[in-house]
Design a protein around this ligand. Structure first.
Ligand code: AR6
Length: 201
């Protein structure tokens, strides 16, 4: 597990120098943010965030992978949740996954910024309500739902940065927020954007 992979690779730092800073450097925030490229179903963590659909009954992409790895009990629990609105999030146990929980969120179909923000924001709320200290996000809406990857990266990072700014009461409890990218294109997006939202000193 590459939890320790830091966000400031040499390549990253070089890019950071050329980018406009949107936010101030904050060492505590930076220590809690990670980028990893992995199959999210392999992560041993408090919660992984699934890019689900409104039925919560499974599908393709990362949703399919999570349901396959978690086993049929996950579908049973999801069934009882009666679906989930776009921009909302609901939590289940992780069953056969190494992750203890799954936070199922539903991103928008297409580029609807506020709904994507809501999905990240609500996932963090659900994490807090359940007293969890670590969470890994998949790249909500950037697959089948067709949100442009670069723009989705901006929304994800900005939403999490803003959440950190206003959640000082939870920071001591929070251990880590991981952005889990799967394919190279999203890895490039996050490597480029992380220094804007979480700038080095
Ligand atoms: N681990 C981490 N990320 C993954 C994995 C994995 N195993 N597999 C795919 N991704 P998508 P959406 C990435 O399409 O766009 C489903 O059918 C993938 O590369 O899974 O929100 C649901 O049921 C992409 O960057 O989710 C919904 O109907 C990201 O996960 C619909 O798709 C999200 O792609 C949701 O579409």
């Amino acid at each position: 597990q590459a939890y320790e992979e830091r966000i400031f690779s040499p390549r990253n730092l070089k890019r950071a120098a050329t980018l406009t800073r949107k936010y101030e450097h904050n060492e505590e925030f930076n220590r809690k943010i990670s980028l990893i490229q992995a199959d999210i179903t392999k992560l041993k963590i408090d919660a992984i965030v699934n890019a689900a659909n409104e039925t919560l009954l499974g599908g393709g992409g990362v949703d399919g992978a999570i349901h396959r790895a978690a086993g049929p009990e996950l579908r049973h629990e999801c069934w009882e949740l009666n679906g989930c609105d776009t921009g909302d999030a609901k939590i289940t146990k992780g069953y056969d996954l190494p992750s203890k929980h799954v936070i199922h969120t539903v991103g928008p179909v297409g580029e609807k910024q506020q709904l994507l923000r809501n999905a990240y924001e609500r996932s963090m709320q659900v994490m807090c309500e359940n007293n969890l200290k670590s969470v890994a996000f998949s790249n909500i809406s950037t697959g089948v739902y067709g949100y442009p990857r670069g723009k989705a990266g901006h929304v994800a990072l900005d939403t999490i940065r803003k959440w950190l700014e206003k959640s000082s009461d939870y920071l001591d409890k929070l251990d880590r927020i991981i952005f889990c990218v799967f394919e190279d294109e999203n890895k490039d997006v996050y490597e480029t954007l992380l220094p804007i939202y979480f700038p080095p000193p």
